[in-house]
Design a protein around this ligand. Structure first.
Ligand code: GLN
Length: 549
């Protein structure tokens, strides 16, 4: 049977529970243990798929097509193992299951209540992954902050499990904040004391406290926290601000978090974590030899979390290229044919981001045109690929009315159209084309060079697709479909041969980039941007196919 670690948070939100959970998991995995992480979110949405990115940031999609919290992205990026629907549970999903069971008559006339029915359903899901036999340790991150009304059933479920499982099969890590008061020049422990007290009042007694702090915590403060919060002094872990999230596993290792966990879980501690590849990555990340400036064109640019996986994929690809990737956000609504050259002049590469709805799309199309004509490396993801298709149709094929059915339901030249299976969809939640699908790659293309394979699998989240009726026309003029779904023929990759780097993909490669396996599309895009930058510095113009005749 697996052992269970619960991670709760106190004092404020945004302390980085996901990163602490992922870092601890990494250390345990690097000791040879089989670890997974799951997240329980206290909101009533069944999943974050229907949430605006401004609410909770990007929606992360797993291989099995679950629309999940962005913390699952961190779990995969740190552990390099896939997560699934089972790794993300919300209050909405719990209640939906319980209510469905009630309608089926499964409760045999009993009054259905938060305790025991909701908490039983929570506990069942908390233990589920551990029962598969695939893991030695299951880490569960409880979303929200201790003291929130909506987190209470989860804390109660942990309380019951603390009582039901053996002492060495479960532990609770509580993440808190030790604020530094500049005026008093002091670190303050009171908020931590209060949050541990609140957790204890619910019957959950943390075994380990991880204390987020801007300033190092000395032994005296650690002893004070230990005394007031009823934990051993060595179980008070300092988590001082890091320059990158990828440094946190090493900081936690120095603080012996993994060792204390193993001791409490009564597990052997016979060798140090094996983190060679991780350290190599960190070294490259910290000491880049070059720099590129990549423009990210989207409409949620005010909120970094909206493009979390894309930003992290650039971190991985940058390190691989020993190059710092500076991402410059550009709001598509403010790009016009008049200002595009000036706005994009400092870029070495252009990424047009995924998205929904018509806002800002003309700016995206204008930006793609500039990249296509000037030889600026271009990478379009999902909506970004669709915009590249519309741009090519309008400006190269002369289809002046070319559009996507999403933006113009009456389009006469819908080069991007609604997928057949989407036409019967009436509900919004969980109804897009979601999750992993295979893709066949045409040999000799840029996509083939990038992947070094003829069959790949990538994750999806969309309703619209390239309209196959136009494919011949596109290919005649030089924009080719280099990747297609083997069963349906659905176009997955479009590229322009002869351009230094111009590729659009209907899927989301950013979701599969990890520290130990950076995504090849990002790696090659950064490499192409690096070359563009070097040529720019040497005042060499990019070579376009048209110029070669
Ligand atoms: N809105 C587009 C579609 O549904 C693109 C989606 C996306 O970028 N994820 O097809």
């Amino acid at each position: 049977m697996a052992k269970y670690i619960f991670v709760t948070g106190g004092v404020t939100s945004s302390l980085g529970k996901g990163i602490i959970a992922a870092s601890l998991a990494k250390l345990l995995q690097a000791r040879g243990l089989r670890v997974t992480i799951q997240k329980f979110d206290p909101y009533i949405n069944v999943d974050p798929g229907t949430l605006n990115p401004y609410e909770h940031g990007e929606c992360y999609v797993t291989d099995d097509g679950a629309e999940t919290d962005l913390d699952l992205g961190h779990y995969e990026r740190f552990l390099s193992i896939p997560t699934s629907q089972a790794n993300n549970v919300t209050t909405g999903r719990i209640y939906q299951t319980v209510i469905n069971k009630e309608r089926e008559g499964a409760y045999l006339g009993k009054t259905v209540q938060v305790i025991p029915h909701i908490t039983d359903e929570i506990k069942k899901r908390m233990l589920e992954l551990g029962k598969t036999g695939n893991y030695d340790i299951v880490i569960t991150e409880i979303g929200g902050t201790v003291g929130d009304i909506e987190s209470l059933p989860y804390i109660e479920a942990v309380r019951q499990l603390q009582w039901e499982l053996a002492d060495d099969d479960l532990l609770v890590v509580h993440l808190t904040l030790i604020p530094y008061l500049k005026a008093a020049k002091e670190l303050k422990t009171k908020p931590t004391q209060h949050s541990v007290k609140m957790l204890s009042e619910s019957g959950v007694f943390p075994d380990i406290l991880v204390c987020r702090t801007e300033e190092p915590i000395n032994e005296e403060i650690k002893r004070k926290i230990a005394l007031f919060c009823n934990v051993k002094p060595e179980a008070v872990i300092e988590a001082v601000d890091a320059s990158t999230i990828y440094e946190v596993p090493l900081i936690m290792m120095n603080e012996q978090l993994d060792r204390i966990v193993l001791k409490k879980l009564n597990m052997p501690d016979n060798h140090e974590p094996e983190l060679g590849k991780w350290k190599e990555f960190l070294n490259k990340l910290k000491y880049p030899k070059a720099k590129v400036n990549i423009g990210l064109i989207g409409k949620y640019v005010e909120l970094q979390d909206a493009y979390k996986s894309i930003l992290e994929a650039f971190v991985h690809a940058g390190a691989m290229n020993e190059c710092k990737v500076q991402v410059q956000y550009i709001h598509s609504e403010f790009i016009t044919p008049e200002n595009v050259a000036e706005k994009l002049s400092s870029l070495d590469g252009l990424l047009v981001a995924p998205g929904f709805g018509h806002r800002g799309i003309e700016g995206k199309i204008t930006a793609v045109k500039y990249a296509r004509e000037s030889g600026l490396p271009f990478f379009g993801i999902c909506l970004g690929m669709q915009m590249a298709v519309i741009e090519f149709a309008r400006n190269v094929l002369g289809l002046k009315n070319a559009h996507s059915r999403e933006m113009d339901p009456d389009a006469t030249e819908a080069v991007i159209d609604m997928m057949e299976e989407q036409k019967k969809v009436t509900k919004m939640g969980g109804t897009m084309r979601l999750g992993a699908y295979p893709c066949d790659i045409k040999e000799g293309t840029l996509a083939h060079k990038i992947y070094g394979a003829v069959q790949i699998s990538e994750r999806h989240r969309h309703r619209y697709e390239f309209n196959d009726q136009y494919l011949e026309l596109f290919e005649k003029k030089g924009m080719i479909a280099s990747g297609k779904n083997p069963q349906t023929g659905l176009v997955e990759i479009m590229e322009i041969a002869g351009h230094p780097f111009f590729i659009g993909v209907q899927y989301h490669p950013e979701l599969k980039s990890t520290v130990e396996n950076p995504h090849p599309l990002f790696v090659h895009f950064v490499a192409a941007s690096k070359i563009f930058n070097e040529n720019k510095s040497a005042q060499k113009a990019p070579v376009l196919q048209s110029e070669l005749g």
